[in-house]
Design a binder for this molecule. Sequence first.
Ligand code: XMP
Length: 507
Amino acid sequence: MQEINHVAVLDFGSQYTQLIVRRVRELGYFAKLYALEDFPNIGKPGAIILSGGPKSTSEPDAPDLDFEALKGFGVPVLGVCYGMQLLNIKFGGSVKASNRREYGPATLVPGESSGLYEGVSKDSQVWMSHSDTVENLPACAVVIAANQHGTPVSLKWGESFYGIQFHPEVTHSHEGNRILHNFLLTAGELEPFHIEDFKRELIEGIKQTVGSKQVVCGVSGGVDSTVLAVLLHEAGVNVRAIYVDHGLMRKDETAEVQNNFHRMGVEIETIDASERFLGALAGVADPEAKRKIIGELFIDTFWDAVGDAEMLAQGTLYPDVIESASNAKSKASKIKTHHNRVDRILELQAQGKVLEPLAELFKDEVRALGASLGIAHDILWRHPFPGPGLAVRCPGDITKEKLDIIRECDAIFIGKLKEHGWYEKVWQAYAGLIPVKTVGVKGDERSYEWSTNLRAVVSDDAMTADWVELPSQILRETSNRILNEVRGINRVLYDISTKPPASIEWE
Ligand code: XMP
């Protein structure tokens, strides 16, 4: 996208910075995150937001920025948390350092006459996460909002510099979006963010970068890689979409993925590597060892199929980009321990031959892009499925027999969720295996068989998750069918563990 009249968000390191970008885009404007080192090379923004950050302005290595350059843009600036404290210092005020942290809700009491709080209710909840506070205010500063104790939580310096101590970008700040929107209204015309425009620009960009070269991409049937492949196809690229079947897919999944792509007019090359994977995994029970085997074999299988690639496309999303930028050091050291095939990707990257067209998008935006490319709703709203597939749902060693049992139980459970209209209400659901034999009765005989665990969770980002109180009818129908139809299972358990301390997957 053009970096003109957009909203530039400067990253001072807060865990919430990405959310600011996201909120601005939800409000319909194009926003982009910049590392502090890039400042002032941030295009020609129409508004600038300084994010929060973990440091104290009093620390010797506290992040700083060129204030003259910031003023030089001549556009409205909003400092959030650390950003507000920094602005107060720049305008000649001071900040009081503190070891005590205020974390949690506060009540916002807006002042009488500020555009920033136009239409915001008098006792709105806002979310605080800070230690330091502004202390002395410079002559040009006006307090535009306080908390319930009368402590200033929002300032305005001069005509177009604003500061807020709380985090408008988190949902716990109930009217945060309105406050951000009010700030953006103080700017001149801002670049709108419409997924249709974005799609056109992406396609144009891809055409120019790729020309007549062949582009290879891996597809899994998941949302990101599907949108990527269809986007490349739509851009008229000579694309080779490679799907590696590692034998750890769900019931009928490979056929479904093939069929889905066929419907969309994109042919995929299926590499059936299931025997290779199951052979390598035979007798391996340690979860980390299993992941390592699968990860390495996957890369090998993929590159064996690729041969010589002119260009590679990856479905990297915006959160991945930000994560890898902030973990640049640890990432570099991790990659070394990996694999020579990973080096090949890095080599291609260095040559500018890796295409990441989705790298500016969040997941929901990828879905919107997918919808505008005509991808079917059920493909775009599939539950996340882990790269190592059913291996993370099969504790202990993996055998084809165990995988087949999981596939049957899972298909029954997911089918029931769909039938009762619950599939899209949950973030992720599956049936796994508990490979412990317990006693039961089947027909006239005693059985001695394994159990299956059903798991259904809600989550925003998979970092935390809660189990779902499914209607007992769904659980009952699922259990009845599994116990009647799946040989090898005589017990069905429902997992009622939150994450943390449990994880979503079992391995
Ligand atoms: P956990 O089990 O860590 O899972 O709570 C969080 C989310 O990540 C998915 N997951 C993975 N995805 N490779 C992946 O691509 C993996 O190794 C992996 N492990 C977990 C999991 O399905 C959930 O959505």
